[in-house]
Design a protein around this ligand. Structure first.
Ligand code: ADP
Ligand code: MG
Length: 712
């Protein structure tokens, strides 16, 4: 273990400068380095003939025999050009290198190599420039996969390979401590830790890469489950906040509708937690968009306030805070409760006033953004903290809450229709209430899948909606057009199992920035087109959103940042570009942004995926089904739980726990096995104090630290 905790600077070939570069990638210890997994692998295992290779136009592998001695010429400018010919049964290829004089001794006449590069055809002969190469014979077969690591300036693939390769060779000499206990590994046929590291960095074949991915996914889920369960156990201290005043009839008298059965169940769960349970409430309410979670949260707030305590309601954006304030302030005023709003755009003196009211216990319900409430505000008599639109699972935020005082009741609301099978894994420390039906009379958003040939008609439809006084959302999968991925790098295998790996290549991604520009200048010069994406400052985002809410913006082009529960009842059309790129749960959630008013609403999925493909079948499901749980289960069956385990890029946007490996390799049963193994281990050793388990504590801490949460 000590070996892994050492600084990378202890490794041969790593000096101060290299260590600084590695630090930029978050690599400080040997262990960090081992967990710096390739993001993809070059597939050099698929060998083409020269003829095929030149046709493919891509970087690929060919096996050639050296047919002429290498000759070098000096070029003007001092460079040396070395070239020789090599052949296979389909032709002859001139291979050139620059400034590589030593190659004379490598490319001996009659020797065979596998070359990896771009083959060009000029007249009747082929040529390659500076290909990668490995000796090839019946006895010596070089690896099929070559790692492609995430890099930083000054650090090359070769540099990293030259550090990691020798490190693995050295580590193979000694046993390596494994966070997954041996009996668990055996039970679930998991690779041991060292073999898995070796296989991830230098897979001998696809199966072994898969086995390693599985192992790390299991490891992550296992440690995550342990951490969550430990957190839950710590929470289950007794509370003195068992509220005696339990009559909610005055509250319900103010509600203009009858609760659905699912809402009643949820309110009852909350009620029992707050008025009868010996431990403080720690409950997640999961309910589809529009299922009516707010009223359940309001009921919880009413219980706390009625009993003389204060409630904080935290939301991710200022707009949501305003919406909740506008809904709840009048309702609670009827009951004689005081509601205050705390957001960034308040003046300094207003903020001071609101904080003072909170600190003196005069404000009963405080609504605001996460940042403001967690950072600066102290409630005099906190009884309940509610977090809204807590997509998936914000460990970091939940932590922050429970640190405020574990006696306090907490309620977390999410619109992610997470299937029950996964809920107990992801929210291991929370009790879960599910609102699985919508209030009656909700309109169905008609959903269509179209391809590019409908573009003109679609633009006409946008104009029609706007002419009728409505507004339109257009969602794009990317912010800016990125340099087209790896076009030069030939076929790669991604380490992450992502749906896009199954997608037909070559469908260009609509990028929000360019799209908005083109729409404004070429299609709708007379309309107001807004742009919203995650790279904008929070203040600018809020300003754009406010303009959309007020109707100043007709068409809002955005990335998925609008996913978070904003209510613009006047928006009647949502167009989702490259719809095949999104998870089904996410598509469904996006669609939930329209159909909120009385006007008929539509969702158009723009996708050029061929009919009959899996990707296309997924989109059909969205067109046919309007039940988030049904859609989520369908996706789960089809592709595994990937969608439900946010990766770093997704997680950063929302402050969630980010899984690095799970989900993408994992299937549901793997996640269940990991959770079961964690539960079993804690039954035997509830605090992980046995000597064999001590290192698990630090492994768990490491996981949560890396995911920006903290477990202590
Ligand atoms: P979400 O679960 O997405 O937060 P909201 O709580 O904002 O949903 O509710 C969406 C809309 O449905 C609100 O306008 C709310 O007043 C209304 N609503 C909630 N529950 C019911 C109900 N039982 N019957 C009728 N309308 C309801
Ligand atoms: Mg809501």
């Amino acid at each position: 273990m000590t070996e892994l905790n050492k600084s990378v600077q202890m490794l041969p070939g790593v000096g101060t400068k290299r260590a600084e570069q590695l630090a930029k990638l978050g690599i400080e210890t040997v262990e960090d380095l081992l967990y710096h997994f390739p993001r993809a692998y070059q597939n050099r295992g698929k060998v083409f003939s020269l003829g095929q290779a030149s046709l493919s136009g891509q970087v690929c592998a060919t096996v050639l025999t050296v047919g002429s001695a290498l000759s070098s010429v000096r070029l003007s400018g001092g460079r040396t050009l070395s070239r020789f010919t090599a052949f296979d049964s389909t032709g002859k290829c001139v291979i050139s290198f620059f400034n590589q004089n030593y190659l004379k001794d490598v490319f001996r006449l009659g020797c065979t190599f596998r070359f990896y590069g771009k083959v060009e055809k000029k007249g009747r002969s082929f040529s390659m420039t500076s290909p990668a190469f490995e000796p090839w014979s019946d006895e010596v077969r070089p690896p099929e996969f070559y790692p492609i690591y995430p890099l930083t300036a000054g650090l090359s693939q070769k540099n990293l390979q030259n550090i990691i390769g020798p490190l693995l060779a050295r580590l193979s000499q000694e046993p390596m401590e494994d966070p997954i206990p041996e009996d668990v590994r055996q039970k679930y046929s998991l690779m041991d830790r060292f073999s898995a590291f070796a296989a991830i960095h230098m897979p001998s074949d696809y199966d072994c890469l898969n086995a390693a991915r599985n192992r790390f996914a299991f490891e992550e889920l296992f440690l995550y489950s342990l951490g969550m369960k430990l957190m839950g156990m710590r929470r289950r201290k007794s509370t003195d906040l068992i509220f005696p005043k339990t009559d909610l009839s005055d509250f319900f008298a103010q509600i203009p509708f009858a609760l659905t059965d699912a809402q009643k169940r949820t309110v009852n769960d909350i009620y029992v937690d707050m008025t009868r349970s010996e431990t403080p409430m720690a409950r997640l309410v999961s309910g589809d968009v529009g299922s009516g979670k707010t009223v359940c949260a309001a009921a919880a707030a009413a219980i706390a306030i009625k009993n003389g305590y204060q409630c904080a309601l935290m939301v991710p954006t200022e707009i949501l805070a305003n919406q909740h304030y506008n809904d709840l302030q009048p309702l609670f005023a009827q009951l004689g409760y005081r509601t205050e709003l705390l957001t960034g755009s308040l003046s300094a003196s207003e903020k001071r006033r609101v904080r003072a009211a909170a600190q003196k216990g005069e404000a009963d319900l405080l609504i605001g953004t996460h940042a403001l409430i967690t950072d600066d505000t102290v409630l005099a008599r906190p009884g309940l903290v509610i977090t809204d639109e807590q997509h998936r699972f914000g460990v970091a935020q939940r932590q922050a809450l429970s640190q405020k005082g574990s006696r306090i009741h907490t309620l977390v609301m999410t619109a992610t229709p997470i299937p029950r099978t996964l809920a107990h894994i992801l929210y291991g420390d929370l009790d879960v209430s599910v609102i699985d039906t919508l209030p009656p009379g909700r309109q169905v958003v008609d959903t269509f899948k179209v391809n590019e040939s409908y573009r003109t008609r679609l633009n006409a439809f946008i104009r029609k909606q706007v002419n009728e006084g409505h507004q339109v959302y257009i969602v794009c999968p990317a912010v800016e057009q990125s340099a087209e991925e790896e076009a030069e790098n030939g076929e790669t295998i991604s380490i992450h199992y992502r749906p896009e790996n199954e997608l037909p290549k070559g469908i260009p991604l609509q990028a929000a920035v360019d799209y908005a520009k083109a729409l404004q200048s070429e299609v709708f010069p007379d309309l107001s087109i807004g742009l919203l994406h995650g790279k904008m400052k929070a203040k600018d985002k809020d300003a754009v959103m406010a303009d959309f809410v007020s109707g100043k913006i007709h068409v809002l082009v955005s990335t998925t940042v609008i996913e978070v529960g904003v209510n613009v009842p006047n928006a009647t059309l949502m167009i989702i570009e490259n719809a095949e790129r999104f998870g089904l749960a996410q598509l469904h959630q996006l669609r939930g942004r329209v159909g909120r008013g009385s006007a008929k609403s539509y969702c158009v999925l723009m996708s050029n995926t061929p009919a009959g493909s899996t990707a296309s079948a997924r989109l059909d499901k969205i067109c046919q089904s309007h039940n988030g749980y049904e859609i989520a289960s369908f996706d789960l069956e089809l592709r595994g739980p990937g969608d439900f385990f946010p990766q770093a890029d997704q997680a950063r946007q929302s402050g969630e726990f980010s899984f690095r490996f799970a989900g993408l390799a994992a299937d549901v049963s793997l996640a269940e096995h990991a959770a079961a193994a964690a539960a079993e281990l804690l039954r035997r050793d509830p605090t992980l104090k046995e000597p064999d388990h001590l290192h698990l504590q630090s492994a768990i801490e490491r996981l949560f630290r890396l995911a920006d949460g903290s477990i202590s």
